[in-house]
Write a protein that binds this ligand. Structure first.
Ligand code: OGA
Ligand code: CA
Ligand code: FE2
Length: 423
């Protein structure tokens, strides 16, 4: 039974997608592999790797609305970056209060007050806070990547995926390796996007076109992740916690102020505030689209509503598997890539026509599932909400774009400091 959980992003829940045996089988495959911590903390030596430029705070650049004051949000935007840390606006406030920088206590800083901030101290304070409190870390889990050729079960799963998603078989065959993730108590993954915003980098999934072997280490200065669909499987029942939260799914009214400052992304503290929360259940699959379609019907911008993450495990452990289906945002490259794979005898039955099916597929599934959704009383308010706030989607998009530009800058800074080798 497929249940439509949200329309923005199109988000579906499929119970019993896997049998209990299959779930255990996948866990066992993973247990035989070498595990890796999902996001390792930067070493202490990392501090010295931060350049002076990344430490410096400049009043003109920080006062983005040029009202002559720096407020906490502006300071949050300008903070020195720390890899794998979730710094929220509350942390910024705490730091300012602790050091009594805001002498008149009006929650905004004059040039004079701002001038007293020691950016290096700010960085180190945030760093120590992150070290001391694992809720401040973006992700705490262990993971392994498993090649689809390594087990027959994956062939079977792919068949199910084709019939579920109605995507061309080739797209499903070109799915990423399966990522199997294990969380212990306290483990989580703060809200994030699985796919990256379109910029001048190329999609990593078609890197073979540039002569980059798929076994080579990822170069994130040249490539970005383009994950059209996320399929996620729950491989066990979690005793307590470990929900998958979508803070802004279907929230047609959310606004910049909820997005900035990372507050809603902090699932250790705001899991219950998320608009959509999916409970883990052994064998259940969750599927959603990370991109909207562009005017040509091809994979377009990041779907801003697809922000999601895993809440803290309160009791027990949690096992999931991610099965991402990447598609190049550049249609020509996707077609070229599929031809190339075909030439390498991986596919025999590829036609250009099939790549055009993406549009049809996306629209059909949304329509189809929307039908099922209309009948579900749980969601009946959404349609009304949606018509009342017809215009708010545009506004929201802008605030997300701001946010994403900001995220990108932070990431660039971090990439400069530390070349990333793991997703
Ligand atoms: C992920 C993810 C959510 C969860 O691994 O990318 O979003 O519920 N996981 O574990
Ligand atoms: Ca200002
Ligand atoms: Fe994710």
């Amino acid at each position: 039974m497929i249940k439509t959980v949200a329309v923005h992003p199109p988000l579906f829940e499929i119970e019993h997608f896997l049998t209990d045996n299959e779930c255990e089988h996948i866990q066992n495959i993973a247990k035989r592999r070498r595990w890796k911590q999902s996001h390792t903390l930067p070493e202490d030596g990392f501090r010295s790797g931060v350049s002076e430029g990344d430490h410096q705070l400049n009043f003109q650049n920080t006062d983005t609305n040029t009202d002559g004051f720096v407020d906490f949000i502006e300071l949050w935007y300008a903070r020195p970056p720390i890899q794998n840390a979730l710094i929220t606006i509350d942390d910024i406030k705490e730091f300012i209060q602790l050091n009594e920088y805001d002498t008149d206590g009006d929650d905004k800083l004059t040039v004079g007050e701002f001038g007293k901030i020691d950016a290096k101290l700010m960085y180190e304070w945030m760093y120590d806070k992150m070290k001391a409190d694992k809720r401040k870390q973006t992700r705490i889990s262990d993971q392994v990547w498993v090649d689809h050729n390594s087990d027959e079960l994956f062939d079977e799963l792919k068949k199910r995926l084709v019939s579920l998603t109605r995507l061309p078989k080739q797209i499903v065959d070109l799915g990423e390796k399966m990522q199997i993730v294990h969380y212990d108590v306290g483990g989580h993954y703060h809200a994030h996007y699985d796919s990256e915003v379109i910029d001048n980098k190329k999609c990593i999934n078609t890197r073979l076109l540039d002569g980059v072997e798929e076994s080579a280490k990822f170069d994130f200065n040249k490539y970005r992740i383009c994950r059209y669909v996320t399929m996620m499987y729950y491989l066990n029942d979690v005793e307590e916690g470990g929900e998958t939260a979508f803070p802004v799914a279907d929230n047609v009214t959310f606004h910049r102020k909820y997005m900035a400052g990372n507050t809603i992304a902090d699932l250790s503290n705001h899991c219950k505030d998320a608009n959509v929360v999916v409970k883990p259940k052994k064998g259940k699959a969750v599927m959603w689209y990370n991109h909207v379609l562009n005017k040509d019907g091809w994979i377009g911008d990041n779907d801003v509503y697809s922000l999601h993450g895993g809440c803290d495990i309160k009791r027990g452990v949690k096992w999931i598997a991610n099965h991402w289906l990447p598609v190049d945002t550049d249609k020509e490259r996707q077609i070229q890539y599929m031809k190339m794979k075909q030439q390498r005898n991986i596919f025999n039955d590829l036609t250009n026509k099939e790549t055009n099916m993406l549009r049809l597929h996306h629209q059909n599934t949304i329509q189809h599932y929307q039908e099922t959704r209309r009948h579900s009383s749980q969601n009946k308010n959404f349609q009304d909400e949606q018509s009342r706030h017809k215009n708010s989607l545009g506004v929201n998009k802008e605030s997300f774009e701001d946010q994403q530009k900001h995220d990108k800058l932070q990431k660039q800074k971090i990439n400069r400091i530390n070349s990333k080798d793991e997703l």
